[in-house]
Design a protein around this ligand. Structure first.
Ligand code: THU
Length: 112
């Protein structure tokens, strides 16, 4: 989260994506003056992993300065491409974590 670049929303998000073989890729949201150029923390983590050759993921953790942040619609579909059975953990405080699955957040996700 501290590395998030969010001067426009002030909403800093951090994500950590666990690969099938136990490696963790982290990501933050990176905003842009041209707002559409913004990338979410979840997709940053996924793009880092895929570009390093990792495509199988089991879990995703997301935390934000604004409390629980459920992945946005674009991120849900983006993650569904690689990990439709992804388990998701939300929250900052270890004692108050929420869990859900990507299939719950995106029923009938699109696949070619
Ligand atoms: N954002 C994320 O990084 N992940 C989410 O799950 C929701 C939204 C970012 C995008 C933008 O930089 C800021 O949060 C406010 O929408």
């Amino acid at each position: 989260m501290p590395n998030a670049y969010a001067p426009f929303s002030n909403f800093k998000v951090g994500a950590a994506l666990l690969t099938e073989d136990g490696k963790v890729f982290t990501g933050v949201n990176v905003e842009n003056s041209s707002y559409g150029g913004t990338i979410c923390a979840e997709r940053t983590a996924a793009v880092k992993a895929v570009s390093e050759g990792y495509r199988s993921f089991t879990k995703l953790a997301v935390a934000s300065t604004g409390g629980d942040a459920y992945p946005c619609g674009i991120c849900r579909q983006f993650l569904y491409e690689f990990a439709p059975d992804l388990e998701i953990i939300l929250g900052v405080d270890e004692d108050h974590l929420r869990t859900c699955t990507l299939r719950e957040l995106l029923p009938e996700g699109f696949r070619l």
